[in-house]
Design a protein around this ligand. Sequence first.
Ligand code: GLU
Length: 274
Amino acid sequence: MKKLTKMIMTMAMVAVMGKAALAAAPADTLAEVKKKGVLVAGVKDSLPPFGYIDEKSRQIIGYDIDFINAIARKLGVKVELKPVTSASRMPQLQESHIDIIAATMTKNPDRAKQVDFSHTYFFTGQKFITKKGSVHSVKDLEGKRIGTAKGSTSEQNVKKAIPTASVLSFDDYPQAFLALQQGKVAGVTTDEAILAGILAKAPNKAQFEIPNVQISEEPYGLGMRKGDKNFVDFVNKTILEMEKSGEARKIFDKWFGPTTQFHLNRNFKITANN
Ligand code: GLU
């Protein structure tokens, strides 16, 4: 009996150690991507202008996709895009279903415990979209229902900023905006650049607005597996080069600049400092 217990314990220990060894195995995505000839990126597919399906080509296009295309070009490999949600993107990366996240993802210390981030490649802040004239300050949203996406910083930030609000979390922001159109929530909250994209596409956009009420700052990073140093270094080097050559600004202008409906100012630069 004693012997059997000891044997079972040893087997259990081996199993646990095996798992730990597996988990600790350092990823070398750079070498793997070169070998398989394709970079698999987790992207949004319903958030213009970051990642959305082009009506003509039926391909996913956008700001996030252009960064992936540039990185893949530098690597000399093809691109495969896999749609992710805010909640699914980190598990998808950790389970190696994707090599990199380029999906409107904010860098923060909590997430940095689980994934490694590139330098900041986009910068925005969290706001609200509401019925025109209904909201002038955060106070107007107290005790109200507010829609957002599951697993987002938007969800966490709004709970902190307006504790009396009831937060309804959807799979992604278009569903939350539908709830606003149907009068089920008083507002939708996430990053201003995402809200601007939703508003631009809304058929009844004259009824809505993005009041000048900001509750956080949201620097975006490309997400990679924790400790995947060669790949993180390569991606950082590439996007720093894109800044230097003017390509990063070109991509910004293409999606947000004066010839678009957004007319955003590029109030950031890609630097090695953040
Ligand atoms: N940037 C925020 C986040 O990473 C909100 C947008 C999103 O859900 O992707 O959570």
